[in-house]
Write a protein that binds this ligand. Structure first.
Ligand SMILES: [Mn+2]
Length: 360
């Protein structure tokens, strides 16, 4: 288990690399060029600059989250080839600064979706919340709510400019069914995976969050069967997964430890987080501790441990604690993610100790 921390970059994150150094066990920074929109070229000088900042503090640069995929690729427009060429160029450039895994997603129009960003929990902390009944037929309402709550923080997948053309975007996706989206993903993978093999960069798709279709848009990385089908699109170890227990855990039908045991050799990046799913299907993000939510996080870690997992791991979203929501990006405060790391490493270390004593 190679522990990492998602950092939004100098001047774009209240949490500094010096803060992160004080969290035990963090070896790498999960980074990106957050000012780049999907389809834009990444310049080498900027890549090198951020990589140097990270390595100067002793961290690895091995994981980038995300290089976003342009809508034309997801829709399957003729212009997709141009955007795939740019994507390939970025893969090659990132390989030069030690990047080994690129996390991305293939969700149409929206990235993660929630109905409330600061829902109070019984202990007085607050966290991201999804209320099924609050999702109306009008996606604009949700966009407005999220962008208002973001307090001007840039949030990947929630670019105000792109989302200002929501009607156009929905129209462009009109004929994109689940089948078409799978076809378009296959087209994309068939072009990029040979480059990934050559440059030793593994692709790790992030599951859809939440794990069901919204606003009539297809979502295809959301269950055991969908993931099996995805992995078979291009059967290469370089075509792999970011296994996010928070996203997949929003649907209680997903048996997360069983999925890890099945897919572990294609999981390159593990996002570990807990969600509490209510009987009506609403869910809220909670602490990493298993008892606090619906995901058996200790069993998740065990499933990785028993398969000798050596991939990258990060605590996913955390609650906002001790008033930090005033100055942190939603879901990306310092405290709860740091607590989450200690929980994950605690479980992991105890399993290692058992193993080293000769137990199984
Ligand atoms: Mn995640």
């Amino acid at each position: 288990m190679n522990m990492t921390w998602r950092w939004y970059g100098e001047g774009n994150d209240d949490i500094t690399l010096d803060h992160i150094r004080q969290i035990p066990g963090v070896m790498g920074i999960v980074w990106s060029l957050h000012d780049k929109v999907a389809g834009e070229e990444w310049d080498m000088a900027k890549i090198q600059e951020v990589a140097d900042q990270i390595t100067s503090k002793g961290f690895s640069t091995a994981v980038v989250e995300s290089v976003n995929v342009h809508d034309d690729i997801k829709i399957g427009l003729p212009s997709r080839d141009k955007y795939i060429d740019i994507y390939i160029d970025t893969i090659k450039k990132l390989s030069k600064v030690g990047v080994k895994v690129i996390c991305y997603n293939f969700m149409p129009i929206f990235d993660w979706t929630r109905t409330e960003l600061y829902k109070e929990l019984p202990d007085g902390s607050n966290a991201l919340f999804y209320e099924k009944a609050a999702i109306t037929d009008n996606p604009q309402e949700m966009v407005d709510r999220i962008l208002q709550g973001s307090k001007n923080f840039t949030m990947p997948g929630w670019e105000p400019e792109r989302l200002s053309k929501l009607d156009e975007l929905f129209k462009a996706y009109e004929n994109v069914t689940e089948e078409v989206l799978f076809d378009n993903l296959k087209y994309f993978l068939e072009r990029i995976i040979p480059v990934c093999e050559e440059y030793d960069v593994k692709m790790a798709i992030h599951p859809d969050d939440p794990a069901w279709p919204i606003f009539g848009l297809p979502r295809i990385i959301r269950s055991r069967n969908h993931i099996r089908r995805f992995l078979d699109l291009v059967d290469s170890p370089y075509n792999g997964l970011t296994f996010c227990t928070g996203s997949l855990g929003s649907n209680p039908e997903n048996d997360l430890p069983a999925m890890i045991r099945e897919f572990h050799d294609r999981i390159h990046f593990a996002h570990i987080r807990n969600v509490k799913v209510f009987e009506n299907g609403d869910f809220i993000e909670v602490s990493h501790r298993g008892q606090d939510g619906s995901v058996d996080v200790a069993e998740v870690v065990k499933a990785y441990h028993e398969n000798g997992f050596i991939g990258y791991v990060r605590p996913d979203h955390g609650r906002h604690l001790w008033g930090e929501e005033k100055h942190c990006r939603p879901g990306y405060g310092l405290y709860d993610r740091a607590l989450g790391i200690m929980y994950l490493l605690g479980v992991w270390d105890s399993l290692e100790n058992e193993k080293n004593k000769g137990g199984k």
